[in-house]
Design a binder for this molecule. Structure first.
Ligand code: SF4
Length: 374
């Protein structure tokens, strides 16, 4: 469940672009999608502004065709409630089995609220206070339920609430993520596990940043997380540790490639708007003014994908055909122009010459394979 309170965006330009609707917060899911295409300024600005991208795409005539269904969300919340039901009995059992926590010593602090206060600032402060106490050597056996961590993403503060975080077990803190996809005979769907690992890496990285800011030793953070999901076809929770080192390295690298979203937003004309209640033409010209970096992979993670795909088709952008084609054709930004070069209508410039030679060679090979003349 994402943080309950909207994130305050300090930058008035971003707030003005968003309009009167409350901003949507960054979530681990959003951050992993953002880092899947770090070259895309459009998505960086839309996320920093806090726009509901599904609604924006819909307003512009492109119904997003993916995303978690309300049914899947409800199932995930019900399973999380089951894992934490009865004084966190199942969570404690799994921690005992996987990490060796003596069950009688486990205690829980619920950080969904602090004394009835659910504000982000209060929850972050309380989380930091507890982490400082636990990381400094106190031997309390404590589970933090929904601790609130912060992470800077493209110049904005993201607030992240992993489903649980353990106290030091064997000197290490562990993030726990609860998902409703099943593990059959100890094997869960590899794609779902990979996706969860990326999201867990976001939380673990946020924990690293928090430790650094509090002058605590980040060596105390485990590079594994505890994945909890239903066992076989029952609702019985099952847990296993998943290594995150690869995901953490990739995430660190991708985050450094994200350009500051507020700088990108400043390049928009003063009349630009991303307010989903405004006229479709206004939205279209504002979204169109943000540089996109479409690839067919966008269809699997971005609500704007069908809009961006049509735009890439209209511009005859080679990116429409995927990363392999784009990388094979450096210097070529339109397949229409490329055909004109191949047909001899125009002569390619020095930037395109190598790519056009390669295409001619490929065409010659193709003809040879089909039994034609070279
Ligand atoms: S679909 Fe569009 S906005 Fe989304 S990441 Fe791809 S290019 Fe960027």
């Amino acid at each position: 469940m994402p943080p309950q309170h909207p994130v305050d965006l300090p930058d008035s330009r971003l707030a003005a672009l968003r309009g009167p609707r409350p901003p949507q917060p960054y979530t681990a899911r959003k951050i992993t999608a953002l880092t899947a295409n770090p070259a895309c300024s459009r998505r960086a600005v839309l996320d920093a502004v806090g726009i509901d991208k599904a609604l924006l795409a819909q307003r512009m005539g492109y119904e997003p065709r993916f995303g978690q269904s309300p049914f899947a969300l409800a199932r995930e919340q019900a399973f999380e409630a089951l894992v934490k039901w009865g004084g966190y009995a199942e969570l404690i059992r799994l921690l005992r089995e996987q990490l060796g926590i003596p069950v009688e010593e486990a205690g829980v602090t619920d950080l969904n609220e602090v004394g009835g206060d659910t504000s982000l600032a209060r929850r972050v402060k309380e989380t930091r206070g507890l982490l400082t106490r636990l990381a400094s050597g106190s031997d309390e056996r404590l589970i933090l339920d929904r601790p609130l961590l912060t992470l800077e993403v493209a110049g904005q503060t993201a607030y992240l609430a992993p489903q649980a975080l353990t106290h030091r077990v064997g000197g290490k803190f562990y993030v726990a993520e609860i998902r409703s996809f099943p593990a059959i005979d100890g094997q869960a769907n590899p794609t779902a596990v990979a996706q969860t690992a990326k999201q867990a890496a976001v939380s673990v990285l946020a924990l690293h940043r928090t430790f650094e800011e509090l002058n605590l030793d980040p060596e105390q953070i485990a590079h594994e997380f505890l994945l909890i999901c239903p066992k076989d076809f029952s609702n019985r929770p099952y847990g296993r540790l998943v290594d995150l080192r690869q995901e953490l390295d990739a995430l660190r690298f991708q985050l450094t490639r994200l350009r500051r979203a507020d700088d990108l937003a400043l390049a928009l004309p003063p009349s630009a708007t991303l307010d989903t209640d405004r006229d479709v033409d206004e939205l279209d010209s504002s979204v169109g003014a943000l540089d996109a970096s479409y690839t067919p992979d966008c269809l699997s993670f971005c609500e704007m994908a069908r809009y961006c795909r049509d735009e890439a088709t209209t511009c005859a952008s080679p990116t429409r055909l995927g990363g392999t084609v784009r990388n094979t054709l450096p210097g070529v930004d339109s397949t229409r122009t490329t055909l004109a070069y191949l047909d001899g209508v125009h002569a390619p410039g020095p930037a395109e010459a190598a790519a056009i030679d390669r295409l001619r060679a490929a065409e010659r090979l193709r003809r040879l394979r089909r039994g034609g003349a070279a």
